[in-house]
Design a protein around this ligand. Structure first.
Ligand SMILES: [Fe+2]
Ligand SMILES: [Fe+2]
Length: 142
C-alpha cells in the first residue's frame, strides 16, 4: 500500500473524529516513511512511539464520546480498539527486540492502513450514524 490519504469515504461526520483520523494517518505515514527509507533506528522508534501514543489518545476520545451518549455498540467497539492496541504493543516489543524487520515493515505498510480504513468504514461510521440519528453534538479535546 502506498501513502494513505484521507478522503470523504473515510468521514464519520464528526469533525473532531475526522481530524483525529487525519492525524493518525499522518503518524502512520511518518512511521512508514521512516521504515521504508531505512531511517536510523532512533527515528523509527520515535515515529512508532508517536503512533502508539496517538492511537491511545484517539481511541479514548472515541470511547468517552460513546460512553457519554450511551452508545449501544460501545462494548464491541471497545473490543476492537483493545485488539489493535494489543497488536501495536506486540509490534513495539518485536521492534525493541529485533529492530525494523521485514515483518514490522509489512505490518506498517499493509496491515495498519488496511485495519484503519476498515475500522473507520465499518465501525467508526456506525457510531457516526448513531450520532447523526440522535442529533448529538460531539465537541471537545482536539
Ligand atoms: Fe477512530
Ligand atoms: Fe474506533
Amino acid at each position: 500500500m502506498g501513502k494513505i490519504v484521507w478522503n470523504e469515504t473515510l468521514s464519520v461526520g464528526i469533525a473532531l473524529i475526522d481530524e483525529q483520523h487525519k492525524t493518525w494517518i499522518e503518524r502512520l505515514n511518518a512511521l512508514a516513511a521512516a521504515i521504508n527509507t531505512n531511517a536510523a533506528q532512533a527515528q523509527v522508534a520515535e515515529t512508532l512511539g508517536f503512533l502508539v501514543e496517538y492511537t491511545g489518545f484517539h481511541f479514548s476520545s472515541e470511547q468517552k464520546a460513546m460512553q457519554a451518549h450511551n452508545y449501544p455498540g460501545y462494548a464491541e467497539h471497545l473490543q476492537k480498539h483493545e485488539a489493535l492496541k494489543a497488536t501495536l504493543a506486540e509490534l513495539v516489543k518485536d521492534f525493541e527486540e529485533e529492530g525494523a524487520t521485514q515483518s514490522l515493515a509489512n505490518a506498517v505498510n499493509t496491515f495498519l492502513g488496511n485495519w484503519l480504513i476498515k475500522h473507520i468504514q465499518q465501525v467508526d461510521q456506525k457510531f457516526g450514524a448513531f450520532v447523526r440519528e440522535k442529533g448529538i453534538v460531539i465537541a471537545g479535546q482536539g
